[in-house]
Design a protein around this ligand. Structure first.
Ligand SMILES: [Zn+2]
Length: 71
């Protein structure tokens, strides 16, 4: 899943270390992107908003504090 815009890739080869999001065209390191997704989900869980994440929040920041990291 793109950490920038929330776009979800159907397939992701394990050999792929960097990938370009077809939606927002940001290039992400696979591990960094995954770590950010996990962190954001953890933040959402602690705030009690995990349902918002799971039901797709394309285009909307997960939390106000991380807005500057996004595109
Ligand atoms: Zn994206």
């Amino acid at each position: 899943m793109c950490n920038c815009c929330g776009y979800k890739m159907d397939t992701m080869p394990l050999s792929l270390r960097e990938w370009k999001c077809p939606s927002c065209h940001s290039v992400s390191d696979r591990d960094t992107n995954a770590a950010r997704n996990i962190r954001d989900m953890g933040l959402a869980d602690s705030l009690g908003h995990s349902d918002c994440i799971k039901s797709s929040t394309v285009g909307s920041p997960v939390s106000a504090g991380s807005t500057s990291e996004r595109c």
